[in-house]
Ligand binder design. Structure first.
Ligand code: S3P
Length: 176
């Protein structure tokens, strides 16, 4: 049986805050993939994008995913682009139920703005158009990867955590 949960979804859908709260509630370890990548590279995500480029970042993301995907009893908050390389999802699926968090472009804009300039991909003038464009390209990747989908737009963190716990239980029932 799978004992880990991997949270996927676009930037600003709450993967990190929800992941931490979920891990605490379930008594599981919490790992944020982006932090692991920063540790491996010895620099921040914006620095990696600026100095080495997105392709180098994606390679590090594949390495980091390979490591965390072996973990049992862990909640993993993935970066928004983890679905772009299928190998990542194939690896994560071995120990993890994959939970896809969605939100409207407006909610994403609001949340990412409140978190400051930490996302190199949203470092553009017209952020809402960029979000819409990236989302429409990525949506099929997220949908294909997801075991469970939760729309977070109108929910607070505790309600998202509750809903994930309910749905994971149902999903385990189906897969037994
Ligand atoms: C990215 C999302 C970011 C981070 C990097 C690239 C993406 O993670 O991995 O900036 O391609 O969507 P968050 O989703 O945690 O912001």
């Amino acid at each position: 049986m799978k004992t880990s949960i991997a949270l996927i979804g676009f930037m600003g859908t709450g993967k990190t805050v929800v992941g931490k709260a979920l891990a605490e509630k379930l008594g599981k370890e919490f790992v944020e993939l982006d932090s692991l990548i920063e540790q491996m590279a010895g620099k921040t995500i914006p620095e990696i994008f600026k100095e080495d480029g997105e392709i180098a970042f994606r390679e590090l993301e594949i390495e980091a995913t390979k490591e965390v995907s072996k973990k049992k009893n862990t909640v993993i908050a993935c970066g928004g682009g983890v679905v772009l390389n299928k190998i990542n999802i194939d690896r994560l699926r071995k120990e993890s139920t994959i939970v896809y968090l969605t939100a409207s472009p407006r909610a994403i804009l609001k949340r990412t703005l409140s978190e400051g300039e930490t996302r190199p991909l949203l470092n553009v003038q017209d952020k809402i158009s960029e979000i819409r464009e990236l989302l429409s390209f990525r949506r099929p990747f997220y949908e294909r990867a997801a075991d469970i989908t939760i729309n977070t737009s109108k929910l607070d963190i505790d309600s998202i955590v509750e809903r994930i716990m309910e749905k994971v239980k149902e999903d385990e029932g189906f897969n037994r």
